[in-house]
Ligand binder design. Structure first.
Ligand code: SF4
Length: 402
C-alpha cells in the first residue's frame, strides 16, 4: 500500500532536528511572508526561497532547515530561538503551532486544510469493539490546558483562513461538559457561519437541559455525528461495550431533534453490524426519520479494530449485497444516505453513486492496483492503516476504460 506524500499534514507532530536558544515552550501563528508584520509570530523560512532575511528581533522563533543557503547567517544571531527541521516538513502562512522546549512541534490548526479538527479529550464513556483510538484516562488539569489552547488557537486564526467546517472530536467530547460548551461557543462567536461538526456518542445528550444549552452555544450551526450500531439495545450495547447506552443515545437523538441540532447518524460497518444492516435501516427510517443524513462507514483498521480483528473484520466485498439492500430502504423512505471509506471496486454498481471521498488527506493511501484505475479520481482509496497484514479487501481491481 502506498501512502501519498502529504506535503502538509494536519496533525503534524514531529521532533525538530536541532534547536538553538530555545528555553521556554512557544505557541503562535506561523508566517511565511517575510514582508508582512512578523511581530509576535513564528517565522518559517522555506529553503526554496533565497530572499534576504527580514529584521528578526520581534519574531518568537525561526523555523528553517540546515539546507537553507542563509543558514550560517541565521545561526549568527542569538536573540531568537532557531528550530531546525527536515526539509520535507512544510508549514503554511496562518498555521498555528506549539513548540515544546525540547523542540517537539505540534500543529493545532492547518490554514490550508479543509479537515481541521480539535481533539478535546481522549477520555470516553464507551469502549467500542472497533474503536480506532482507544480512550485514555485524562486529568482535569490536562482538560483545562487543552481548552485554553483551543480558545487561544481560535483567536489566532486569520479571518480568511477560518474553515467552512470545524470538527470537534475525542474521545467523547461531552465528557468535557461545560468545557465543550465553551469551545462550541468560542467557534460560533469567532465565525458564526462555520459548521461545527461534533462527533459524539450522544449518550450525555440524553440530558435535555445540557442539549438545549449546546444547541444555543452552537448558534444553529451544529451537526452532531452520532453512531447507532443496532436496531435493538443488545447489539448497540454490545458494540459499545456498555449496558444502557442504546437507551441514552436514542434519548440524545430525540433531544437533538427537539432543540434543532442537525444529526448525521453514523453506522460503522463491521462483521457485527452488517448482519443486521437492513433491520437497522428500517428502524432508522421509521423512528429517526428526522436525521439529516445517514453515513454508512467502512471501518478503520486501527486500535481495537486490530486487536479484535476476528470479531469485527469482514471484507467489504462480502457485505456488498447487504449494503445495496440497506441503501434501497433509505431511498424508499427518502433519507439521504452516504457511504464513507469504501473503495468503488468493492461495492455493487448501484452503491457507487453514494460513495464519498471521505478519507482525510493525512490518512489516505492507495494500492498499487489503483495506479491504472480510471476511477481513481472519484474513489476514496484506503486508510493508511490498511497494510499487507491488515488488508481491507482481497477484491481490489482497477476499472479500465471502455
Ligand atoms: S482500484 Fe480503483 S476503485 Fe479500487 S480502490 Fe483503487 S482507485 Fe479505488
Amino acid at each position: 500500500m502506498n501512502t501519498l506524500y502529504a506535503e502538509d499534514t494536519l496533525f503534524l507532530s514531529m521532533q525538530a532536528e536541532s534547536i538553538l536558544h530555545l528555553s521556554t515552550p512557544l505557541f503562535g501563528k506561523v508566517m511565511t511572508d517575510t514582508h508582512a508584520d512578523l511581530a509576535g509570530t513564528i517565522l518559517y523560512l522555506s529553503s526554496h526561497t533565497q530572499e534576504p532575511l527580514p529584521p528578526l528581533h520581534h519574531v518568537y522563533a525561526i523555523i528553517c532547515t540546515n539546507k537553507d543557503p542563509r543558514f550560517e547567517i541565521i545561526k549568527l544571531q542569538d536573540a531568537v530561538p532557531i528550530i531546525v527541521v527536515a526539509s520535507d516538513v512544510v508549514f503554511s502562512q496562518g498555521d498555528v503551532i506549539t513548540i515544546s522546549e525540547r523542540g517537539r512541534i505540534h500543529r493545532n490548526f492547518r490554514a490550508r486544510s479543509q479537515n481541521n479538527a480539535f481533539l478535546v479529550t481522549e477520555s470516553c464513556n464507551n469502549l467500542c469493539i472497533m474503536c480506532p483510538q482507544p480512550p485514555k484516562p485524562q486529568s482535569m488539569g490536562s482538560h483545562e490546558s487543552i481548552e485554553q489552547r483551543i480558545l487561544q488557537t481560535l483567536e489566532l486564526i486569520d479571518n480568511e483562513n477560518f474553515p467552512a467546517t470545524f470538527c470537534i472530536t475525542g474521545g467523547e467530547p461531552t465528557m468535557r461538559k461545560e468545557g465543550l460548551l465553551r469551545i462550541v461557543e468560542g467557534i460560533s462567536v469567532r465565525s458564526p457561519q462555520t459548521l461545527i461538526h461534533l462527533l459524539t456518542n450522544g449518550r450525555y445528550l440524553s440530558n435535555e437541559h445540557y442539549t438545549a444549552r449546546l444547541a444555543q452555544a452552537g448558534g444553529h450551526q451544529l451537526l452532531a455525528g452520532i453512531p447507532l450500531f443496532g436496531h435493538v439495545s443488545d447489539i448497540h450495547d454490545y458494540v459499545v461495550q456498555c449496558e444502557g447506552a442504546f437507551e441514552q443515545t436514542m434519548a440524545g437523538l430525540l433531544n437533538c431533534y427537539k432543540h434543532g441540532i442537525n444529526i448525521e447518524l453514523r453506522v460503522v460497518l463491521t462483521k457485527v453490524t452488517v448482519t443486521y444492516l437492513k433491520a437497522l435501516a428500517e428502524f432508522i427510517c421509521r423512528n429517526l426519520f428526522f436525521v439529516k443524513h445517514v453515513a454508512l462507514m467502512g471501518m478503520e483498521n486501527m486500535g481495537l479494530a486490530k486487536l479484535n480483528r476476528d470479531t469485527v473484520f469482514i471484507d467489504p466485498w462480502e457485505y456488498k449485497d447487504e449494503l445495496s439492500a440497506a441503501i434501497e430502504v433509505f431511498e424508499f423512505y427518502g433519507i439521504d444516505v452516504r457511504i464513507f471509506n469504501l473503495p468503488l471496486c468493492v461495492v455493487n454498481p448501484d452503491t457507487r453513486p453514494y460513495c464519498k471521498q471521505s478519507i482525510s488527506d493525512f490518512k489516505n493511501s492507495w494500492d498499487t492496483a489503483c495506479d491504472s484505475c480510471v476511477k481513481r479520481e472519484s474513489c476514496c482509496g484506503f486508510f493508511n492503516s490498511s497494510t499487507e497484514k491488515f488488508w481491507l479487501s482481497r477484491h481490489i481491481k482497477p476499472f479500465v476504460a471502455v
